[in-house]
Design a protein around this ligand. Structure first.
Ligand code: NIG
Ligand code: FE
Length: 413
């Protein structure tokens, strides 16, 4: 039995309970001062406060970490990333600065389709190495679990290649990953003008193949003006649900064409982006209990408005905040910056933000029972921050106040 004791924690802050937190619960965190955490074999055994030490004290621990009065939170969870991709797209910036919109570039065959070309050309090994380095960087920023989407293949072979990279990384890297199959991310050139046929092909060939080989738990679609309309998205997602996938949907990122209403109708686990969501869309998410995954760094990078986070909290929609890390609309994997934007632009409180980067995304990734909070019985994923409280984390930006990262009870940073 390996026992790790973290003592002298100035403040331990965490949401409590293995469920999606909505409404007032979103802002309810436990705050324990002068706390300590005892970890046994990678699992939290006991948490104490007010200067008391867990059973057995320091003597019974194999290793003791002195947190020097700093803040401890659960490891951060990034609930929406496009982790695996070939190349980059820095050449798009001058076009954007001249006024080209995100969808203009995509319609002209660039954007996602440019990354599709580079991802099809890349070997599985090259994609693995590149993505592994991203995961290392995420860990150093305090992220201990993330979702990862495919979607830059748009054909069977490349989608499977991407999902195999995600699977291997989940097995071989300390990060916990949740895999999402995003086969309907854009219409590939070879299907130009034949969107319905592309959806037919996805439903007949790729969805069953991915499920049979258990390469992903979730299935996602980019439901957007000039990409996939509501009818196509519904057909694709229904087929995925019939094959046993849980559903996610890129909805209302640029235009409200009904994506979040569809998410509600199909009882999707999450609807993601939601910059342009309207009252009906919010009603649908509330009724279905769908988690809203907000991506404010994408709003920042595209120069778009921010999703109406406060209105969603008022309507009882659980909120998660994620990076959307991808080579086009958000080439940053810094979830701390997303927390800054959650505070200053989405107007969430530091407590609501902590819930939005821990237990709520964990639930939307099907991992709420094991990660996302600091409680006895949960996997010991936690961050010691060089900061006294969450207010400081949300206020400072551009530097990295991670002091130590503990993953499954191991000190890794
Ligand atoms: O979530 N919106 C669709 N997909 C990504 C962008 C992908 C890309 O531009 O490469 C997003 O923003
Ligand atoms: Fe995305």
């Amino acid at each position: 039995m390996h026992k790790l004791l973290i003592k002298n924690i100035g403040r331990l802050q965490t949401p409590v309970g293995s469920f999606s937190h909505r409404g007032e619960q979103q802002g309810e965190n436990h705050k324990l001062d002068k706390a300590a955490v005892l970890i046994e074999n990678g699992v939290i055994k006991e948490i104490t406060s007010d200067g008391r030490l867990p059973q057995g004290g320091e003597e019974s621990a194999d290793m003791v970490v002195d947190a020097e009065g700093k803040l401890v939170t659960p490891g951060l969870v990034d609930g929406h990333t496009h982790l695996v991709f070939g190349g980059y797209r820095q050449h798009e910036i001058p076009l954007k600065l001249k006024g080209a919109g995100y969808l203009d570039i995509l319609r002209a065959g660039g954007g996602i389709l440019d990354t599709v070309k580079k991802t099809r050309e890349a070997s599985e090994e090259a994609l693995y190495e590149k993505s592994r380095a991203f995961l290392d960087e995420m860990l150093s920023l305090g992220v201990t679990a993330c979702e990862a989407k495919s979607g830059y293949g748009l054909d069977l072979a490349t989608e499977v290649k991407m999902l195999q990279v995600i699977k291997k990384l989940d097995e071989q890297h300390p990060m916990d990953l949740a895999a999402t199959f995003l086969g309907a991310h854009a219409l590939p050139r070879e299907y130009e003008g034949r969107g319905d046929e592309f959806i037919d092909m996805m439903c007949a060939e790729v969805i069953p193949y991915v499920k049979e080989r258990n390469l992903a738990r979730f299935c996602d679609v980019f439901c957007e003006d000039s990409v996939f309309d509501v009818q196509q998205s519904r057909r694709y997602l229904k087929c995925a649900a019939e094959h046993g996938f849980e559903l996610k949907i890129h909805a209302d990122e640029i235009e409200d064409i009904g994506g979040s209403r569809l998410a509600g109708e199909l009882r999707a686990v999450s609807a993601e982006h939601l910059i342009a969501i309207g009252e009906e869309g919010m009603k649908a998410l509330t009724e279905a209990g769908t988690t809203a995954v907000l991506l404010p760094a994408t709003s920042f990078y595209l120069g778009k408005p921010y999703a109406p986070a406060r209105a969603m909290i008022e309507r009882g929609i659980p909120i998660a905040l994620a990076t959307d890390f991808n080579p086009g609309s958000c080439p940053s994997l810094n979830l701390q910056f997303v927390m800054n934007l959650g505070y200053l632009r989405d107007r969430l409180t530091p407590e609501e933000i902590l819930t939005a980067v821990t237990i709520n995304p964990a639930c939307a990734m099907g991992m709420g029972d094991t990660i996302g909070t600091l409680e006895p019985g949960k996997q010991a994923d936690l961050v010691i921050w060089d900061a006294p409280d969450m207010e400081m984390l949300c206020y400072r930006f551009g530097s990295n106040p991670v002091w130590q990262v503990i993953k499954k009870g191991e000190l890794i940073i």
